[in-house]
Design a protein around this ligand. Sequence first.
Ligand code: SAM
Length: 1018
Amino acid sequence: MSRIQVESYLSRIDQLRRVSGATNEVIVSQAFARLLEDWATDQKLIFVQQHAYETPQKTFVRPDGVVLHDIRVPLGWWEAKDTSDDLEKEIEKKLRKGYPQDNIVFENGATAILYQNRHEAFRCDMTDPAALEKLVTLFFGYERPEIAEFRTAVRQFGTDLPAILEGLRAKIAEAYADNPAFGTQAAAFLTHARQTINPGLTEEDVREMLIQHVLTEEIFTQVFNDGQYHRENNIARELTKLEDAFFTGAVKRDTLRAMQPYYQAIKANAAQISLHSEKQTFLKLIYEQFYKVYNPKAADRLGVVYTPNEIVRFMIEGADWLCEKHFGKTLIEPGVEILDPATGTGTFICELIEHFRGQPKALHRKYKEELHANEVAILPYYVANLNIEATYAAVAGQYAEFPNLCFVDTLDNVAGLGVRKGTTPDLFGALSDENVARVKRQNMRKISVVIGNPPYNAWQENFNQRNANRSYKKIDQRIKETYILKGSAQNQNSVYDMYTRFFRWSADRVHDDGIIAFIVGRKPVAKGAYDGFRRDLADEFNEVYVVDLGGDAIDNPKLSGTRHNVFGNRSGVAIYFLVKKHRAQGCKVFYARRDEYDTKQDKLSWLGSTPMAQVKFDRITPDKKGNWLGQTENDWEELLPLVSKDVKAGKRGAEKGAIFKLFSRGLGSYRDEWVYDSNRTGLEAKMRYMVETYEATRADPEFTDRNTIKWDAELDRYAKSNIKKQFDPTLIRRAEFRPFSTLWLYLDQHFNGRTYQLPVMFPPGAENPAISFSDPSAQKPWMTISTSGVPDLHLVGPAAAAMVASRYRFTPTGERVDNITDWALKTFTDRYGKSAGVSRDTIFAYVYAALHDPLWRETYAINLKREFPRIPLHPQFGLWAGWGQRLLDLHIGYEGVAPWPLTRRDVEDAKSRAAGVSPRVILKSDPGAGVVMLDSETTLAGIPTRAWDYRLGNRSAIDWVLDQHKEKTPKDPTIRLRFNTYRFADHKDRVADLLTRVVRVSIETLEIVDEIATARRG
Ligand SMILES: C[S@@+](CC[C@H](N)C(=O)[O-])C[C@H]1O[C@@H](n2cnc3c(N)ncnc32)[C@H](O)[C@@H]1O
């Protein structure tokens, strides 16, 4: 890789010289800068041009570039000179000026000289690729001892922290038990905290705040040399008092001894950073990293991630521009009160202070009176406070307390909603007198600009992670009255997320005139579920600007979160500016987006160099369904709904019918390893154990082995409600766990997390052909497959729910009823006439063919991401029903189709045999060669390459079979120890046979799809 980069540098230089004929510093140096940047990116380092360095003489110099470690400590510097310059002389000049000498490359496009540890370490002719590669390798290989120590300390910190936490918790518990003074103080603290921060806070939260306070005290002192902080800040003072009541002197030193190397490493690295702004970034990174080790779930729930400065600057400049454009005032002018409601490390306020540089008087007033920030977690609160005050001191040249940072849950603080100038809202109690005074003061202000980066909670979306946010009564009620009321999408629950809550709160807070500037996810602008939200924005605001930064690696698997997303995660990002003018009418929506494949760095550079006034926005006219993006102009609305919630619920007057009456989500078992098995006897053994343990726990909640089975809140509730269970072999049935991977399943409503309507479709003993299809929210390519058994919710893997509509449904007494509606039968009969062979069975088949139509999938791709399928009525009903029946036979009866003639080659694996073990399991396919390798002895050859084109979700049918037969170590400890009997060797012949059939299914499916593609339409 490194040689390739050097070669491409040389050819770039060559090209540039040929094109421009120039040899000056700018041309040549940009090519070298690119080489350093590419190299740095490969190693997860950061390259910055023109970066200031504070010399030992306390002056500032600006080398042409610096390579920084992620924690902002410099790895090395670069200085470019003109080809005609005498490099030696130039170096001497620079060194005299105080340029860094620990690791710096000087070059003039012809010669490069590397200085390391104050001496020339290497020089080379820059046209010699090998020598240049060596120089750059030496430059990047330079290791600062502090960095190495820091990395070791961080690793060690991760290992040591649990023990330290345990020690601290024990000390606090002791204090609660034996130290009445501490107990009283802690109780008072909790009462106040409940009033100010969040009424749901517990003693446990106070303990955690105290722990964070104790652990990070030292870090702040080391980075900012500011020991006073914990005595001066109003919240820190309260916590220090609490700390002093139980934890001082030798006890403190001994408990925190293991933290010392970490603190020392931080101190050594902080000393390497001279620029104040870089110190802040360093602190933010330390804080982010500390939090993720300390409490990863809270870090996720609170959205502990800081906002890159390019974004913050862009948003501030954008808000300034809009403020002037609409209200005739810039942000610094009196009367424009600005609030960051989720301030984190305080980046927005710090950057605002920078933005107001050069206007000391106005800045002072703004700082003291009209800049406001809220934070709910203690650590970021401290970091923000320090950053803001230090930035002010650096910009204004004098220290001043920042009196407007509140330790408060913004969404709970609803007293200020709807406040106009001069109103006095209800007041409430306080955590510290100072803090309450601050919150009260803020609530009385008319806020004109709300700006920030509200939290995003990634894990919240995965129910199993159980990291859901708490509810916010007032705000959630407001969401219900507005965003939900105006929405018509199928699943609107997801609209109660932290983003929309912050939008709702802020829209009510700015009340009549003002601006909201948020960087949040792109879901609200792009997803169907947010149609009501979009409609409401258009009703409440007069201008909406969206700068879509993309990076949605969930929707587009070709993107990488780390490479393409500005926050380095997988969820798409957008910046929103909303303008509200109570006198104006109507709403204009403007939209701009970055190229889908721009890297994070591309996007940040663009934001850093493009003022909002110069962004080319497209004007959007929302469509009837509240869509802003991906508007479709097609006949979707005229097609027949396959399923509908209203029809399923038997809602009267459901305007249009649906082909199926009942539909369901696939099985959400919550405990796949327990309730599924390839072996029926194995499943019985597991489920008997599960039932016995459940019953033993029901009888005695303290039963010693209770935790050997997998519990969840619901199973726990069943046991507490005394629901008696016994093992019932009739509940065992066939299920489609993954495509062409039928397993045994124990289908029971108590031992499966969510059974939805499945028991009505698949009662014990009943066979029922069914069609599964992707839920619109699925993050994998749309799919359909028919089964006769219960389909799993994650039929094509996680993040892609499968829905199912079955041919029949069953009454509680077991009577089989048609699930194709009368409305469907009538509609089809009316369209095709009685002689066309329309029946419920043929409609079922017709629908299945229609769902396989490649033209349909392409034409309605966007609709399918928003809604359940709708079916066209094509000419030639009989032809479509025939294709559908062939597909149903192939897919439901896949185990019985004729084998495709494959060649099986077995070559003994002598090594494994000699060692007395089974051949090594491989289970990989090579589509180009038409081969599948089962293990180190057996391959199947002669598979037509095309067979891999039959795909369900992100995998081919063949690869699903291979994937599902791998030997995986079960995650559940009991399953791993007692029930892990699956060995591929026992199934090899069966899998080889199954593959011959799945190959035929694949080929014949594709042939039918080809025929469908040629069908006459319209
Ligand atoms: C994405 S971060 C903010 C990043 C910030 N701009 C920065 O660069 O550091 C979100 C912050 O909001 C805080 N937060 C989350 N929920 C909050 C709430 N309800 N009220 C106030 N702050 C909240 C979190 O603790 C977190 O520090």
